[in-house]
Design a protein around this ligand. Sequence first.
Ligand SMILES: NC(=O)c1ccc[n+]([C@@H]2O[C@H](COP(=O)([O-])OP(=O)(O)OC[C@H]3O[C@@H](n4cnc5c(N)ncnc54)[C@H](OP(=O)(O)O)[C@@H]3O)[C@@H](O)[C@H]2O)c1
Length: 342
Amino acid sequence: MRIILVGYGVVGKGVTSILTQRYNEKVKDGFNPKIVAIADIDGAVINPRGLSPEKLDAIKQKGYPISADPEFGVPGIKALDVIKEVEAEVVVEVTPVNIQTAEPAISHITQAFRTGKHVVTTNKGPLALAMPALTELAEYNNVVFRFSGTVGGGTPMLEFAKRCLIGDRILGIKGILNGTTNYILSEMSQNRVSFQDALSSAQKLGYAEREPSMDIDGFDTACKTVILANWILNQKVTLKDVDRVGIRDVTLEMLDEAAKRGNSIKLIGSIDGKNKPTVKPIEIPKTSPLCVSGVLNAVTYQCQFAAEQTIIGRGAGSIETAGAVLRDLLDIRHKLASKLLT
Ligand SMILES: NC(=O)c1ccc[n+]([C@@H]2O[C@H](COP(=O)([O-])OP(=O)(O)OC[C@H]3O[C@@H](n4cnc5c(N)ncnc54)[C@H](OP(=O)(O)O)[C@@H]3O)[C@@H](O)[C@H]2O)c1
């Protein structure tokens, strides 16, 4: 499988590392991933015979862009042109999230669809703003679109619902979908620190950005709620349909009152099939499996037959999220193989 990687940051490097390891191990399952191009903001490296990430890392460490590679570097070329011109089966899109315009990812993804390439992304932006249109465009172009790493990082929250709960009817979904806000609320309730102090601690530990609005105002959770609503409950919703409240106004007094009732306050994304998706700080029993602490994420699926099913795991991380990309690539390979057989 020939792969074009767009974005060579935290997740992009995790992807090259996992795929190179697999390629070198020559795992005998017929899946031979080969990264034929990597594009970032400055240009690209292109080699139809496959690229060596070790060399690219060395170039990056010296402070040069990857396109400075003397053998395969193409400085200045746009990712859109790489996607159009380089022969490959799949584009892996891992550029930064943008919930205003979804760019540059949405253009990369649609370019890939139009040129007959399957897409794997970990970028929530395009899905939050245009998931119904993008899934339709993928179908129209007869390509596969996968985005496992957008919800739960490496934890297979989407696959768990789609595959393990197949045949059941999922009636509702509730999730702690953002590790940063969960860390802040856990710190406040367990160590009795103020919201501001818990936020500063999250920033020092690298869990929160210097501009933390995406997390603490609930946008990140809302994006993931949109993805769950579309993919699991077939609702055609986008970010503007989510009723959203962040955690800025949660106080120590509110957490104390909740604790007296045996509850914790958590930022929960909810979808129930009847009402608009919501993101709100709400009280949940401390005994609930959904009530996880620290940076953990958790989702509970309310099912017709299997009742409540909860999946818990780390919601981010380079290798974890790259693992989700690998799962998606294998899923695409499986789909292509079964198409050939039928
Ligand atoms: N990190 C995680 O644990 C995690 C988990 C789940 C999902 N995600 C999502 O995965 C995506 C990637 O995350 P990340 O942490 O890897 O981000 P990152 O470290 O900021 O890397 C982004 C990469 O995209 C490149 N880029 C920026 N604009 C571009 C453009 N116009 N064309 C081509 N490349 C461009 C950047 O190049 P420069 O460095 O040269 O600017 C960089 O190589 C994001 O959407 C994020 O929300 C991340």
